[in-house]
Design a protein around this ligand. Structure first.
Ligand SMILES: [Zn+2]
Ligand SMILES: [Zn+2]
Length: 288
């Protein structure tokens, strides 16, 4: 735990906050609020000391410790609420519902649901007494992904707009590439003086430049995919084999292929929308 501003602590996730862990933010005013519960063991000492939990989005690495805070109230954006209300909702929003059920069971972890979660929405201000948390709806990664601004310090918790070297991730059925780009711009426009994300170190300097370069990865991927199509074009499966986004597909490889394909499809649809490529009857994506 690091008190990064008076009354505001970062709870660093296990394994440096790498998936399946994520950093949490803990705020103590007259009310005590925790953002996300996926930090792992370090959250155990906060059990019983949290009044309300805000979930940035429904992904498992952000909600895995929900059961520790059974005595707190929970909130999540309505766009992501189905993802914590039931396992089926999770599989639907991710798209993993298209996998067979035996695979689902291997993924099932107990205690991630927050069935009684209330809503938080864009512009909501959560009053903690001496601190105020403003909800910034930043969809794209997931439909209900939210960032949180601590107004008194201009400190932004941007969750999975995470500045990772991988770049933006939009591999779920419910992810949206263009919304992700807009959300990065939205976060830039806030001009935060301290940026905390779920999977990177706190950023104090060159916040705007870091965000700009992170968001630019999406256009770079467009260009790469367009180039890979070459003169003859490729099917989606052939593109997945080239792994332009993940570069490698470790085990379980079919999950990586699934996310790679989902991300590629979003790029291909956008390139079609821009009139740069088209899809032939044989399922080939070719340049126009
Ligand atoms: Zn996520
Ligand atoms: Zn995450």
């Amino acid at each position: 735990m690091e008190e990064i501003r008076p009354g505001v602590w970062i709870i660093y996730g296990e394994n440096k906050g790498r998936f399946p862990f994520a950093h949490s933010l803990y705020l103590q005013g007259e009310r005590r609020v925790l953002i996300d519960t996926g930090a792992g063991k370090s959250l155990e000492k906060l059990a019983g000391r949290v009044d309300h939990v805000c979930l940035s989005h429904f992904h498992r690495d952000h909600v895995a410790g929900n059961a520790l805070f059974a005595d707190a109230s929970f909130s999540i954006h309505p766009g992501d609420a189905p993802g914590v209300a039931s396992a089926e909702g999770f599989y639907r929003l991710t798209g993993l519902i298209r996998f067979d059920e035996t695979y689902w069971e291997t993924l099932n972890q107990e205690g991630f649901t927050a069935t009684a979660a209330t809503e938080h929405n864009e512009g909501d201000r959560i009053d903690l007494g001496s601190l105020t948390l403003r909800v910034i709806h930043t969809p794209g990664h997931t439909p209900g992904h939210c960032a949180f601004l601590v107004e008194e310090y201009n400190l932004l918790f941007a969750a999975d707009i995470d500045l990772s070297p991988f770049g933006p991730w939009y591999g779920n059925d419910s992810s949206d590439l263009e919304q992700f780009q807009q959300s990065v711009e939205r976060v830039r426009s806030l001009d935060a003086s301290l940026l905390i994300t779920s999977h990177s170190r706190p950023v104090r300097e060159d916040i705007d430049g870091r965000l700009e370069r992170y968001g630019a990865v999406i256009e770079q991927r467009h260009e790469l995919i367009y180039r890979l199509l070459g003169k003859k074009g490729l099917t989606l499966e052939e593109l997945i084999d080239l792994k332009p986004i993940y570069r490698r597909h470790p085990e379980p490889a079919r999950i990586y292929r699934f996310f790679e394909g989902n991300m590629l499809k979003k790029h291909l649809d956008l390139l079609i929308g821009r009139g740069l490529i088209r899809r032939t009857g044989a399922g080939l994506y070719v340049r126009c």
